[in-house]
Design a protein around this ligand. Structure first.
Ligand SMILES: [Zn+2]
Length: 452
């Protein structure tokens, strides 16, 4: 690729990128002939995005999404690796389920993928080892989410007296398994909303203010503080996913100062939107944790700018139209798609911060490093996979359901204008999207295992 402005690990510079056999062969002025000849003049050449937090719904809910629709949307937006959460059906609780899921995903994926395993209430040390041996990037704990025994589905807000439900993991479960994860150098990612706080503040959701009152930032802060103590005592790497609040951020900082090993992830919806947007958007913007106040958004932006937040993922969580906009705020399911707009939304924010290249740190290098995928993923440098995104910094993307490729097209960022457009996307040297349209073949994507 010739004549572009390349985001290398040392920053932006004018260079050619030579690609050979799916990997980057050279990055230098006049790198010489490579397998791909592309004119990149006037364009940014960025490392392919790594979305550390998506919900493929596959297997389990093909009406919401599957690995083909997910990865086609990812490719269109410059995301060349998706890291899928384990609450598919059956939940990814064992090496056998992991291998089944990896095989199915491989047959459908347009871009590469990695997988999280599940830490549930009944997870054993053997399960942890099995999942990590199979290639999981780490385990995910959904605090407060039970598992339905009959089909091994992770579900939220269980009826307390349902005999078919296995109790959710709690801080005790995490403390019990933390040494096993720490010994393997594998992270625990956690949905950080303390179930006790949520129970105490539960109420019918008539207006958006009810949702904020029902799921206060205090729940996030308490969960982070508790996991921070486990980390301090055991050396466990805790990944706080979808951080949404200033209070949660402060709890993470306190924990870090006390010696906890904490990685922070936030999402575009918390960086761009506030409660006023959520009120206007209705059920489309219903998600857990909630989109909060302007002060929360400002705190998250500042932490991201200063390097205190390590990555931006999407928590891409599609549902059907009927499950979202077809229902009241109370009845709508939580979650919004977002994988397709991750890169452009971060580029716009990075430009406002005065450092466009920072976007590649948030959505490529940061996630790849924190998940053990770097430098194979997340870097444009010799030896890395040739996952490359060509971006026009003079064009504009207006987020519109009409042009989305996820099965759920209505996202929380609908209508936002970002001053960048993704022109071409390469996965291991192969073109997988052009001008926002996926062109890659389903079944070409591969499982990526962390190097630990
Ligand atoms: Zn999630």
């Amino acid at each position: 690729m010739r004549g572009g402005t390349v985001r290398t690990p040392d920053g932006l510079r004018a260079a050619d990128v030579a690609v050979s056999a799916g990997t980057v062969a050279a990055v230098q002025p006049g790198a010489g002939p490579g397998a791909v000849e592309v004119d990149a003049r006037g364009l940014l050449v960025l490392p392919g995005g790594v979305d550390a937090h998506v919900h493929s719904r596959d297997p389990g809910f093909p009406e919401k999404e599957d690995f083909t629709s997910l990865t086609a949307a990812a490719a269109a937006g410059g995301i060349t690796t998706v890291v899928d959460m384990p609450n598919t059906v059956p939940a990814v609780e064992s090496a056998a389920v992991f291998q089944d899921k990896a095989e199915q995903a491989s047959s459908r994926a347009v871009v590469d993928f990695a997988l999280w395993g599940l830490l549930g209430g009944s997870t054993s040390a053997e399960d942890v080892d099995g999942l990590l041996d199979a290639g999981a990037v780490g385990l995910k704990a959904f605090l407060g989410y039970a598992i339905r025994r009959s089909n091994r589905q992770v579900i939220y807000q269980p009826g307390a007296d349902d005999a078919d439900l296995e109790p959710p993991p709690d801080y005790g479960t995490v403390a019990r398994l933390a040494p096993d994860l720490a010994r393997r150098g594998a992270p625990l990612s956690a949905h950080c909303e303390d179930p006790g706080v949520l129970r105490a503040f539960e109420r019918p959701l008539e207006r958006y203010a009810d949702l904020l009152a029902a799921r206060p930032a205090l729940a996030e802060a308490i969960a982070i503080a508790a996991l921070g103590v486990v980390s301090q005592r055991t050396g466990l790497d805790v990944h706080v996913v979808h951080l949404s609040s200033a209070l949660g951020l402060a709890a993470a900082r306190d924990a870090g100062r006390a010696g906890a090993r904490i990685v922070l992830e936030t999402c575009p919806q918390y960086l761009w939107l506030t409660e006023e947007d959520a009120e206007r958007l209705g059920p489309v913007a219903k998600m857990y944790p909630a989109i909060r106040t302007a002060a929360d958004r400002a705190a998250l932006r500042e932490a991201l700018r200063a390097g205190g937040i390590h990555r931006v993922g999407t928590d891409h969580a599609p549902h059907t139209d009927e499950e979202k906009s077809g229902r009241s705020l109370d009845g709508a399911l939580p979650g919004s798609p977002g994988v397709e707009t991750l890169y452009v939304s971060c580029l716009e924010l990075a430009r406002r911060f005065g450092d466009v290249a920072a976007a590649a740190r948030w959505v490529a290098e940061g996630p790849a490093r924190t998940l053990g995928l770097y430098p194979r993923k997340g870097a444009v440098q010799p030896g890395a996979d040739a996952d490359l995104v060509l971006v026009d910094p003079e064009a504009e993307t207006v987020v519109s359901s009409a042009s989305m490729h996820s099965r759920q097209r209505h996202g929380a960022l609908e209508g936002q204008r970002f001053g960048f457009a993704v022109r071409a996307v390469y996965s291991r040297g192969e073109l997988v999207a052009r001008d926002g349209e996926p062109v890659g073949q389903p079944g070409r994507g591969r499982l990526v295992r962390p190097a630990r």
